[in-house]
Design a protein around this ligand. Structure first.
Ligand SMILES: *Cc1c(COP(=O)(O)O)cnc(C)c1O
Length: 378
């Protein structure tokens, strides 16, 4: 049996630290917006190489409030990819704007800057009022999107960039942490993420004081001083218990990411010649392998076969966002994003987490090889 992920292994390794951190919060008796949240905001912002962090209740609200802080709203459009978790698009909808998708690069599964440029050129040629106001690139699976090209395009077309770094804590592009390129970077601390709490959590990071201040209002009723409400913010706060746990785990993030990279290279070795496509790490990037995603034309049958051998796998994601029922109103059709659609039919996420054992990876590798050796590939 190989589990897709087992969070108890991580907990056992740092149990005492986690319990003493939460105990500290209980003993202080302060659970909302206290010292743990502000300390964690500072520590995580510093980790990412920016000035400010605003703790949120989830990655989804981090994205949504980042868009609102950027002034995105009714009548605006935001460009993102259809090959992502649906929250990337939902956040745009919640802000009142419309998601516009572009296709991805087949190697990294991330936003294709050429497709972005082509879309913007097409739009400019129509001469209509430009409704596209922002780009929301996703650093999917832990691999950075091409931030040099994306930033360059954003400057030429005067668009805001808000990064969805929910799967890429600690990933780097040109030796700079993702989330620190655009006006704002958004993170999720959902339990299975590279930095995950014991419940929900998220953060927006930024270098701009104005955005920082607006984000703080937006996450807490628009409140500047007690009962003085300057704008219509909701309740999207990170809580003290989560922050205390995340502070402990942040100290281990680099170590865990290193483990992930080591494990990824072991998988690549054991899968050599197995007949599947392994993830790549492009030059100038540091991949943090949130997931280890392979590709095969025989994906569905392979997944069933592995299941019978006790190996759990998942698909991230089986239906691209433009083909989801929830986004019917956008009018997209199958065929609109050929690379995205082809990939979604072939990708398979193998069991992957820093505490995965070498023996477990060997079992996975052996079973995949056996599957294709059995002639089932044809
Ligand atoms: C996890 C995730 C989110 C949403 O984060 P939550 O904390 O679950 O709300 C958004 N985008 C991507 C790419 C994610 O992986």
């Amino acid at each position: 049996m190989v589990p897709f992920i087992d969070l108890t292994r991580q907990y056992k390794a740092i149990e005492e630290e986690i319990l003493s951190a939460t105990k500290r919060v209980f003993e202080k008796g302060r659970f909302i917006l206290g010292e743990e949240v502000s300390a964690f905001e500072e520590e995580f912002a510093r980790y990412c190489g920016v000035r400010y962090g605003v703790g949120m209740n989830s990655g989804t609200d981090a994205l949504y409030l980042a868009l609102r802080a950027a002034g995105i709203g009714e009548g605006d459009e935001v460009v993102t990819v259809a090959n992502s978790f649906i929250a990337s698009a939902l956040a745009i909808s919640f802000a009142g704007a419309k998601p516009i998708f572009v296709d991805i690069e087949p190697e990294t599964y991330n936003l294709d800057p050429n497709a972005l440029e082509a879309l913007l050129k097409r739009r400019r040629a129509t001469g209509k009022r430009q409704r596209i106001k922002a780009i929301l690139p996703v650093h999917l699976y832990g691999h950075p999107a091409q931030m040099d090209a994306i930033m360059e395009i954003s400057h030429r077309y005067n668009l805001a960039v808000i990064e969805d770094a929910c799967q890429a804590h600690g990933a780097k592009f040109n030796n700079k942490k993702v989330g620190s390129f655009g006006a704002m970077g958004c993170f999720s601390f959902y339990p299975t993420k590279n930095l995950g709490g014991s419940g929900d959590g998220g953060m927006v990071i930024t270098d701009e004081k104005k955005l920082y201040e607006k984000l703080r209002l937006l996450r807490c009723y628009g409140e500047k001083k007690k009962y003085q409400h300057h704008l219509k913010g909701g309740n999207s706060r990170l809580d003290e218990i989560q922050a205390s746990i995340l502070r402990v785990k942040l100290k281990y993030l680099d170590r865990w990411n290193k483990e992930r990279r080591k494990k990824a290279s072991i998988y690549k070795d054991v899968l050599e010649g197995a007949g599947v496509i392994c993830p790549v790490e492009k030059e100038w990037t540091r991949h943090v392998y949130h997931l280890f995603v392979i590709r095969s034309k025989k994906r569905d049958a392979l997944q069933i076969f592995l299941k019978t051998k006790g190996i759990d796998t998942l698909i991230h994601y089986p239906t691209p966002i433009h083909l989801q029922k929830a986004y019917k109103e956008l009018g997209y059709q199958r065929g609109d994003f050929p690379v995205t659609e082809k990939c979604s039919g072939e990708i398979l996420s193998l069991p992957f987490f820093p505490e995965l054992k070498d023996e477990e990876m060997e079992v996975v590798g052996k079973q995949i090889k056996d599957y294709f050796k059995g002639g089932r590939s044809r």
